[in-house]
Design a protein around this ligand. Structure first.
Ligand SMILES: C[S@@+](CC[C@H](N)C(=O)[O-])C[C@H]1O[C@@H](n2cnc3c(N)ncnc32)[C@H](O)[C@@H]1O
Length: 275
């Protein structure tokens, strides 16, 4: 099954314009798999009719549902492991540099169902517990998709999710059993502020941040969109702050205004001083 070219082109253009996410003809199967549930749920005669209705703009919720459905929310606790070990070292340095203000802000900029910001919260609880009692520490976690954020706010995970990346010790320490699932403990939950935010649109007011996790989202964007995004990230990142990208993402060919810092098994970026 394929979506007819006019509707497919309209969807690709809209997705790129609104969210930055790029798809092409090779993703026909993905469009069908992701949008057929909406077609069935709304009892719409066909995929083309769904896209035509979106185009008419009479149902604003339809466009948002379609755009959210087109996104990939793949994530896991402590994804790739090494960035979270590097984060521990970065926070240890920041503890010294921010001693006067006693404040740290971390941003998980495409947080999906919450595993990334809650992993950051576990790092803080494991290694910087005394800091949590005396400093103002915030983890801002944002994503485009409201339904996905609703899941993240719940902080409840099934066995398949907790089996990915969590050691039995961390599971026992930071999760409570709840009706066959696992609910994230209050000491992690209270650190995270979830907000809906489109990285490719006007941003709400953001505080200056010390560390940004912008992981596994830029790979869906084209190079100009990536360049614009890291430029905006730079404006909210403290001059000595750190930016983490995903394992398959790089700053090469995007923006040469960043220094790559290799730390253990991974690298992160810090802004080069402006000349
Ligand atoms: C693959 S997940 C990455 C989750 C997490 N950062 C990780 O590395 O495991 C990508 C997330 O980016 C979000 N996303 C895609 N485009 C976005 C945009 N324009 N603004 C904000 N979030 C976006 C999607 O909703 C999805 O939850």
């Amino acid at each position: 099954m394929k979506v007819a070219p006019p509707q497919f082109d309209y969807l690709c253009t809209l997705l790129r314009k609104r969210t930055g996410v790029c798809i092409d003809e090779t993703k026909q199967y993905l469009v069908v798999a992701r949008l057929m549930p909406i077609v069935n749920q709304r009892k719409i005669p066909s995929l083309e009719t769904l896209i035509d209705r979106m185009r008419q703009g009479t149902d604003p919720s339809l466009e948002k549902d379609v755009l959210c459905a087109m996104m990939t929310h793949e994530t896991s606790f402590f994804r790739d492991k090494a960035p979270f070990e590097a984060l521990r070292g970065i926070i240890a340095d920041l503890v010294v540099r921010r001693a006067a203000e006693r404040q740290l802000t971390l941003w998980s900029a495409a947080c999906s169902t919450g595993q990334e910001p809650f992993s950051i919260a576990m790092v803080l609880n494991e290694h910087f517990r005394e800091l949590l009692a005396t400093w103002r520490i915030r983890i801002i976690a944002t994503d485009f998709s409201e339904p996905i954020l609703a899941r993240a706010r719940e902080g409840i995970y099934g066995e398949l999710e907790t089996n990915r990346g969590l050691s039995p010790a961390l599971l026992k320490k930071y999760f409570r059993p709840l009706q066959g699932k696992w609910s994230i403990a209050q000491e992690c939950r209270q650190l995270v502020e979830f907000r809906c935010m489109n990285l490719n649109d006007t941003w709400p007011m953001m505080p200056l941040v010390d560390v940004v996790f912008l992981r596994n989202v830029m790979l869906y964007f084209d190079p100009p969109t990536r360049a614009a995004l890291v430029g905006r990230v730079r404006r909210v990142l403290r001059p000595d702050g750190s930016l983490f990208l995903g394992g398959a993402e790089t700053m090469i060919g995007i923006d040469d205004g960043w220094s790559r810092v290799v730390h253990g098994g991974c690298s992160h970026y810090t802004p080069k001083p402006r000349r």
